[in-house]
Design a protein around this ligand. Sequence first.
Ligand code: AHR
Length: 657
Amino acid sequence: MKTKNKIFTILLTSCVAFSTAQTSKFTFDLDGSPTNIKIQPTMYGIFFEDINFAADGGIYAELIKNRSFEFDEPLMGWKQQNTKTLSPNLDSGFLTIYSDHSKTNKNYARITVYNDKNYILENEGFWGIGLHQGAKYDFSFDLENVSGNISAVNASLVDENGTVISTVPILIKGKGWQKYTAVFSPSRMVEKAKLQITFTGKGVVNMDMISLFPQDTWKGRKGGLRKDLVQKLYDLQPGFLRFPGGCIVEGRTLAERYQWKKTLGNVADREYLINKWSSGFAHRLTPDYYQSFGLGFYEYFQLSEDLGAEPLPILSCGMACQFNTAELVHLEELNPYVQDALDLIEFANGNESTKWGKIRAEMGHPKPFNMKYIGVGNEQWGEDYIERYKIFEKAIHAKYPDIKIISGSGPSPDGEFFEYGWKELKKLNAQIVDEHYYNSPEWFTKNAGRYDAYDRSGPKVFAGEYAAQSVGVVKPDNKNNWQTALSEAAFMTGLERNADVVTMTSYAPLFAHADGWQWTPDLIWFNNLQSYATPNYYVQKLFSNNKGTDLIRISENGNAVKGQNQLFASAVEDSKNNEVIIKIVNTDSQEKLIEINPKNIKIGSKLTKTTLTASQLSAENNFQTENIKPLEENSLIKKGKFSVQIPSNSLVVLKVK
Ligand code: AHR
């Protein structure tokens, strides 16, 4: 046994040990003759949006909520208490907010301490602060000593009962604004700790940027990203990273759209913005959901590079979310938006002598990011979109003819707006059109043939947002259960079979904080300490890790396998590893015996079979156990026809040299 999950079995003739009387048998022909259809390296990617506290409170590892008092209610996340009564009795001290309107982050706290024995300032974190035993946490703040004799700031991390877990005294030196730092080493693990600050002495101080980060971030970067979450993305081997969304690109209003230029430079100077999803759904209001932009565009490009994924930024096209205010920029006033797109390409790809290339270099990346794709608008529809898209397309391609532009076909996979969008985009020779579908598991299995009849000479398809919904779109009780994942797997064989049309795909949304989510289902769930991969994640991983390089045909009686007898299949060749990879999905409650009949192709004798299945369609993974995860077996087969057992309700990936 090599690993816990790898079972090596050597069978001399076939990997099928048993087949029961009821098992139906089918023969699939595997045709090795070239289709001349390449599987694009971008075929399986990642959709990232700051929804469900995916960025702030999630992958961006800052543990203090509202660290610089910039929320519209500047004391959100903060509490002042009397140490003795633990009530908000402010006799012993109080905090006021001062603002310097010449700055992007204008607010700071002025703290007046009358009785240092009795005054505490507390931050609640994001549903608490997750602390790992033995890990180290960088604590820092900016402080100006205004008057009096405050000689120290005493910072403590306390557990849910107020018991101190780790404490650091920090001596105050001099008068002017200074940065102070200390390191916490928690003596035990706590999921929902809080930060408490007390003072030694009486007087007045100003404080700002009160920050706490784990030292053990992804690649050990200071003020970086949460390691376990990035690792899960890395393990997907994604072909691209789409960012920053989603509707967040558009904003509820134009003023609240995502503006990438405001997300660069020193993190302390990045202007906060209310998150669109704070009030997205009445059933999950999160008024304390803001964007600090600590994860900004530079960091998104850096993350793409770390993941080996093509960066795919999506920009506002001058239309606020059409589900919200639907505000529009007049065509004559669109220029700054178009300029943002041109400047972004210069930021990513320009050399250091260009204005924006220089800014990228100064932030630490002199080499260009080599960006190849840009999205114009997220999920827009109607004439207003087409008019604006045309202006962007003309300007981008005039200056950067090699950049590939992603356009959108709206929020639905069919209907009037979808048809209209596609018709117009085809006329305009659009390069890649983004389609979104959130639908029932039945829709996904029924639509495995969706792209079979797509025009081969038209734009390519980016299946940019999709996920099967166990209850219904935006229903709060949707689950990431095996039924949804299995239906996505069935559908994905159809994406792969049509790799000449579909060149990019991504599940959405990506992340959800178990305490802070607004939208379900999501690919990866996390809390302050842990994360788990859903069955849907493992489906994505199996396809992405086995995407191969060239499509080959797999058929039954001359027909593509797309739902007959509840079986779905696709096959690829991986020319780098000299392997054939077959994906078979069985959505039936009966197991199947599949005879694979290789034609025009010689196959080796070592077969790797990876099975993803669950005891029940309603089964889910959770923080305690990931029961649904791939199981790998190796066996020897005859060099020729071979048979494989495909369990009921399963995805099976077969790999053979
Ligand atoms: O993925 C959640 C949302 O669904 C995206 O922000 C939006 O593009 C779509 O409507």
